[in-house]
Write a protein that binds this ligand. Structure first.
Ligand SMILES: C[S@@+](CC[C@H](N)C(=O)[O-])C[C@H]1O[C@@H](n2cnc3c(N)ncnc32)[C@H](O)[C@@H]1O
Length: 134
């Protein structure tokens, strides 16, 4: 991401980050697309510029933090076909977690085969959703 944008967003102050955290946060933004970069001993970031619906992988994933724009803004990200694609990318017992608690989204996740649970949301949000691949 453009360093100017990162500075304007100013998350380091907003989140009261400390020295080492500021350094790690900066590194996250400097990772090139289509490359792997080791951020810490146990965390390597692989940043890919690809549409989710077109992403293929032989590797399976344990968790998807689904932080798409909301269903009203970008409805095409909340469809059965997107949830099916994520289901297929997850390992057994893999988890999709989203801030969205909309009934239609939870029904679509169930239809694809997920076990769907409602969890308490972050501050300011009553509920969020966890979907587990059985
Ligand atoms: C609410 S933002 C999430 C930002 C993210 N959590 C982050 O920290 O960068 C939604 C993101 O989804 C991306 N996006 C929109 N359509 C997409 C698609 N079809 N496939 C993959 N990503 C998409 C947007 O570019 C945007 O960065």
């Amino acid at each position: 991401m453009d360093n100017n944008v990162v500075q304007q967003l100013n998350y380091t102050d907003e989140l009261s980050l400390k020295d080492k955290e500021i350094e790690l946060f900066g590194q996250l933004h400097k990772v090139e697309w289509e490359s792997y970069q080791q951020i810490t001993k146990n965390f390597t970031l692989n940043k890919l510029k690809v549409e989710l619906g077109k992403f293929n992988s032989i590797e399976k994933f344990d968790i998807v933090y689904f932080d798409a724009f909301g269903p009203r803004i970008q409805p095409e990200m909340w469809t059965l076909s997107i949830f099916e694609a994520i289901y297929n990318l997850l390992s057994q017992d893999g988890i999709l977690v989203t801030y969205c608690a909309k009934g239609s989204v939870k029904r679509a996740l169930k239809e694809v085969g997920f076990k769907v649970e409602s969890l308490p949301g972050p501050p300011g949000k009553r509920e969020m959703t966890r979907a587990v691949k059985l």
